[in-house]
Design a protein around this ligand. Structure first.
Ligand code: THU
Length: 149
């Protein structure tokens, strides 16, 4: 049985700092919208990601999926929380950035939506915390494809 996630147990400031650092590495020549993300694994490791755009547009990857892909490719498939920071490149903390629908669905694949925390931050001091279930209600996930028995 998984332990319930207490917000107090999540190193929120460290996650935000990590997302902030990753955001500096965003490659955004087309949108100019830079995003950084930091995901916390069940084993309390942090993996970071930034958005990486492409001249052909559709190969662009969001910061959240970049971070999750790095973690999964290193053998981590259970996550507790993700911090996200985004906004116009070169500007700090102007807005709360929310993960896109595709990223929410990828978070859903590797977490319990009732437990997983999505932290959107303007700074280490100014942030909002949501459960994934709030941002992706009535979701479709791996259990829906599990065979009975
Ligand atoms: N983007 C993210 O990195 N995360 C999101 O959840 C929303 C969108 C990126 C993709 C693209 O590089 C830029 O923001 C504008 O859509």
């Amino acid at each position: 049985m998984e332990q319930a996630v207490n917000i107090q147990d999540i190193p929120i400031r460290e996650l935000i700092r990590s997302a902030q650092e990753a955001r500096k590495r965003a490659y955004v020549p087309y949108s100019g919208y830079a995003v950084g993300a930091a995901v916390l694994t069940r084993e309390l490791r942090i993996y970071t990601g930034c958005n990486i755009e492409n001249a052909s547009y559709t190969p662009t990857i969001c910061a959240e999926r970049c971070a999750i892909s790095k973690a999964v490719s290193e053998g981590n498939r259970k996550f507790k929380a993700i911090a996200v920071m985004g906004g116009p490149q070169g500007e700090d903390g102007g807005q709360f950035a929310f993960p896109c629908g595709v990223c929410r669905q990828v978070m859903r694949e590797f977490s319990d939506p009732k437990e997983f925390l999505v932290i959107t931050a303007k700074s280490e001091e100014e942030y909002r915390v949501y459960r994934l279930e709030q941002l992706l209600p009535e979701s479709f996930g791996p259990e829906n494809l599990m065979k009975e028995g």
